[in-house]
Design a protein around this ligand. Structure first.
Ligand code: G3P
Length: 214
């Protein structure tokens, strides 16, 4: 499973990249707003650090606007993936960009038919939002399973990118469900290597050794 970081914070991106296991980055307008930086400038900075796919979202809601913004974002670097909404206009822009050779990530996907449509339109990635479905008492992980089954049944190449991940249990479930990619906040990435028995085990190894050999 590929691991992306879901942030626009350049320090977090550098730190995750330094771990050597980071495959890509996802950003969105809310994450950029949180940083208070120019979106295009920050995307350029991110692409200098991470050579894997970097998702850059458009703000337009109409087809022409998405195309104009998407083409601009794609010029920033070769590894930019244009993030489009899972709407009728978004699927149309997805098809047009795929035909132009621009990779896309169809975001705000909440049900399997959106994923089916964007795969038909040639999306590079689809982003089902697990946490936001769980927030409203649905089962976010069930959507990952449904999309996985549909894509495997018909041989669609679109990668399933599990998004809106809130905790490590989501990560375990995504890996078991066969998500191709998971995009996660920095706080979750660091917790993926945590276990209290690892810490106590290390303490005991060191203590035993020091007791025997000073
Ligand atoms: O990648 C999508 C993600 O940023 C949404 O996460 O926590 O805002 O639902 P969240």
């Amino acid at each position: 499973m590929e691991l992306y970081i879901d942030t626009a914070n350049i320090d977090e991106i550098r730190e995750a990249h330094d771990m050597g296991v980071l495959d890509g980055v996802t950003t969105n307008p809310s994450l950029i707003a949180k940083e208070g930086v120019d979106y295009a400038k920050r995307l350029g900075e991110i692409c200098e650090v991470v050579k894997g796919p970097v998702s850059a979202e458009v703000l337009a809601l109409d087809f022409e606007g998405m195309m104009a913004e998407g083409r601009e974002r794609a010029k920033i670097a070769d590894n930019i993936v244009v993030k489009l909404p899972s709407t009728v206009a978004g699927v149309k822009a997805c098809k047009a960009m795929s035909d132009e050779g621009i990779r896309t990530n169809l975001t705000l996907c909440f049900q399997p038919l959106q994923a089916l449509m964007v795969a038909k339109a040639g999306a590079f990635l689809v982003s089902p939002f697990i946490g936001r479905l769980d927030d409203i008492a649905h089962d976010g992980m069930e959507v990952i399973h449904q999309i996985r089954t549909i894509y495997d049944t018909y041989g669609y190449q679109t990668k399933v990118l599990a998004a809106s991940i809130r905790h490590t249990k989501h990560m375990v479930e995504c890996a078991l469900a066969g998500a191709d990619v998971a995009t996660v906040p920095f706080s979750v990435i660091t917790k993926m290597m945590n276990h209290p028995l690892t810490d106590s085990g290390l303490e005991k190894f060191v203590a035993d050794y020091n007791k025997a050999f000073g």
